[in-house]
Structures are given as structure tokens and as C-alpha cells.
Design a protein around this ligand. Structure first.
Ligand code: PLP
Length: 386
């Protein structure tokens, strides 16, 4: 038996997704830029997928740019958005991101700095939420010099959801571009891009049962980004390179499946399942700390500190017992570092280093959660006793 509670790392591709990818590899393997029949078949696949992405995200198909995933989409949004904003107004040299961003965004901000930007970090509170007063203050003081702000919609480690509409409204008032890394949001929560004050949104197919190596950047009509992948006119000259047609087709199918699931109104049911996991563990183990418990969180994510344990060790022990989870720590150059996200939320390093991320998917069942609770309880009890 094997139970997967590491769905924020990646999800299993749906059978329909695998079928679409296989069909593309076998039949529609042409180059979508070719004018002949094979090319036209491949182009059809890409454009059908674009329609599916736009239907899931609530944007126009023409606003969707396919990329190789969330990392590339985030790089293009932040670096390309900064370069474009600065080229239109040389005074706009500041780029800012929350302290809890994914490395794809943190490294993009560092790249902007190499290109001459002044980087700023947006403060977060102990739940990881952006401090709106501090943001408002910053935008009042320096908004006219700010090119772009990037804030993750739902955090990959804690599931904590940012008040993206309020952040966007503040950015709009200051004329600052807002990018949101929506990699963990898209496919799991509804999105109506057209109605949101967001200029750029990135997502990734493998987080919602699509393939790895496919993602998208949504660029609001009228917003421009400087391309980073040069040499081809694909994707409206925003991302050169022959499209990864099978993966894009797979992403389109994953979007359709997610849209159907979201219509079922299953979110509350899944959140109750996640809550039952937390309750079960709390009853069995006593003291534990659920990060971000008091603020809105993604229905599938639970990040919990179990004092007296060491998360990297627990990941291995649990894996041997048939349960896949992720640790609240990362291995950097051979040494174990507590998660930067948890540290930015003000957790002490020891508590951060005892944290496990448990993440469900839409096929998680009460039986799986029951078994996972039992495995976690016995392994954590044993660790706490030694
Ligand atoms: N942003 C967030 C919040 C993520 O969780 C991830 C993946 O873990 C990424 C970006 C990168 O996405 P990809 O793996 O498609 O490059």
C-alpha cells in the first residue's frame, strides 16, 4: 500500500491526460508552425488547449502564453515585466516580492537586481500573510518608482491564501504591475482572471494532474513583457521555441478535468477531509502546531510542526511505511536548512525543522486519510519517545 500526501510537489497525471499525450505523440506530432496538414493538426491541439486554459482561468485565449512550467512562467513575468515597465518609465526601478515566495520568484527578483533593479521584500505576518498596511505605506512612499510586485496566491508550503484582490487594488492605484504565482491555486480553486486586479498570473500543469514541463503565463491584454526565450515568433513573440505539443495538449485536458471537478462544489468536502486529518493527529499526539490554521488556506494543504521530531528524518521513516509527505526543511549544499517560508513567518528554526507538509489531491479518500493518520501517529510517537 502506498499513500501520497505530497501533492503540492506534484500530482499523478490523469488517465485522460496520458491518453491525450500519447495521441499527440503518435498522430499529431507535427510542428505547429508548419503550414501543411501535420502542422495544422498540431496547431489545432495547441489552440484547443489554449481555449481550455482560458476557460479554467477566466481569461481570453489570447492572454495565455504556454511555457515549460511554473518556473519559466514566473521568470518571464517578473524579469520580463520589470524590463518592460522600466523601458516605458525609467524611474520604475523597484521590484518587490513577499518573503515567502518560491525560489522561481526569489531568483527572478535577484535577476532583476543584476539588471539594475532595486529589490524590496514585502513583510509578512506570523501566518505568512502580506502586511497590507506596510504594503500601502510602501506604495504611497515609493509606488511611482516601483515596476512590479510579485505575490504567491496560495503558498506551496502552508497553503495560506493571500488577499490577492486587495493587494491588486493597491497595486492598481499605484500603477504597479502585479504578478501572482498561482501554481498551487490553479486547478484547485476557481479563478476569474478577467475580474481580478492582476496583470500577470503563472500556473503549472503538473500540480493539477497534468504533465510536467507544461505551464502558462497569463498576460492581461495591454500588458507587455520583454521575452526571455529568443529566436522564434511563437506564442505571439513572447516565448520563442517550438511548442511542446503533447504536454500542452495534456495540460488542456487537465484544465477541462479541473473545471468539471470545480463545478461539483467539492472544495468544502475536501477541506473537511483535511481538517479531519489535523483533528485525528491532534487527538492522538497532543501538542502540535498547524501553521496558518487561523487564516484562509488551500483545502488540500496542512503544514504541521511536531515538536521533538526532525522532519527530514520523518520523511524517510514515513516513506518506508508507505506514506509520501514532504519536510518543512530543505537540503542546501549538504546541510539541512529549515524552510525559508516558515522562518519568514517568524517560527523558531527548531519548530520549523520539525514541520511536515501533508498535501491531498481531489481523489484523496477518508480511508486514505484514516490510514495516513495511523501511520503518522505511530511513527511520530516513536520519534518523540526516542
Ligand atoms: N511556484 C510554486 C508556488 C510552486 O509550488 C512550484 C513548484 O513546486 C513552482 C512555482 C515551479 O513550477 P514548475 O515545477 O512547473 O516549474
Amino acid at each position: 500500500m502506498s499513500i501520497n500526501l505530497d501533492n503540492n510537489a506534484t500530482t499523478r497525471p490523469a488517465p485522460e491526460v496520458i491518453a491525450a499525450i500519447t495521441e499527440c505523440l503518435e498522430s499529431d506530432w507535427g510542428n505547429p508552425s508548419s503550414a501543411h496538414r501535420r502542422g495544422i493538426g498540431a496547431r489545432r491541439r495547441v489552440e484547443l488547449a489554449r481555449d481550455s486554459v482560458s476557460a479554467l482561468l477566466g481569461c481570453e485565449p489570447s492572454e495565455v502564453i504556454f511555457t515549460s512550467g511554473g518556473t519559466e512562467a514566473g521568470n518571464l513575468a517578473v524579469v520580463g515585466g520589470f524590463e518592460q515597465a522600466r523601458s516605458m518609465n525609467a524611474r520604475r526601478t523597484i521590484v518587490a516580492a513577499a518573503a515567502t515566495e518560491h525560489p522561481a520568484i526569489r531568483d527572478s527578483i535577484a535577476e532583476c537586481a543584476r539588471l539594475g533593479a532595486e529589490p524590496r521584500q514585502l513583510a509578512v505576518d506570523r501566518n505568512g500573510l502580506v502586511d497590507l498596511d506596510a504594503l500601502e505605506h510602501f506604495l504611497k512612499a515609493e509606488g511611482d518608482r516601483c515596476a512590479l510586485i510579485s505575490v504567491m496566491w496560495a503558498n506551496n508550503e502552508t497553503g495560506v491564501i493571500q488577499p490577492i484582490e486587495r493587494i491588486g487594488a493597491l497595486c492598481r492605484d499605484a500603477g504597479v504591475l502585479l504578478h501572482t504565482d498561482a501554481v498551487q491555486w490553479v486547478g484547485r480553486m476557481p479563478c476569474a482572471f478577467a475580474t481580478l486586479p492582476i496583470d500577470l498570473l503563472s500556473c503549472s500543469a503538473h500540480k493539477f494532474h497534468g504533465p510536467k514541463g507544461a505551464g502558462a503565463l497569463v498576460i492581461r491584454r495591454g500588458v507587455r513583457v520583454t521575452p526571455r526565450s529568443l529566436g522564434g515568433s511563437q506564442e505571439r513573440e513572447r516565448r520563442g521555441g517550438t511548442e511542446n505539443v503533447p504536454a500542452i495538449a495534456g495540460m488542456g485536458v487537465a484544465c477541462e478535468l479541473a473545471r468539471t471537478w470545480l463545478k461539483l462544489d467539492a472544495i468544502e468536502q475536501m477541506a473537511a477531509l483535511r481538517d479531519s486529518l489535523e483533528q485525528g493527529l491532534e487527538e492522538a499526539l497532543g501538542h502540535m502546531v498547524v501553521h496558518g490554521r487561523d487564516v484562509p488556506r488551500l483545502w488540500n494543504t496542512s503544514n504541521i510542526a511536531f515538536p521533538g521530531t526532525e522532519s527530514q528524518l520523518m520523511v524517510v521513516v514515513l516513506s518506508e511505511r508507505g506514506l509520501a509527505v514532504s519536510g518543512g526543511a530543505a537540503c542546501a549544499s549538504g546541510s539541512i536548512q529549515p524552510s525559508g517560508v516558515l522562518l519568514a513567518m517568524g517560527l523558531d528554526p527548531e519548530l520549523a525543522g520539525s514541520s511536515l507538509r501533508l498535501s491531498l489531491n481531489r481523489s484523496s479518500t477518508p480511508e486514505m486519510i484514516q490510514s495516513a493518520t495511523e501511520i503518522l501517529t505511530s511513527a511520530l510517537r516513536a520519534a518523540q519517545e526516542t
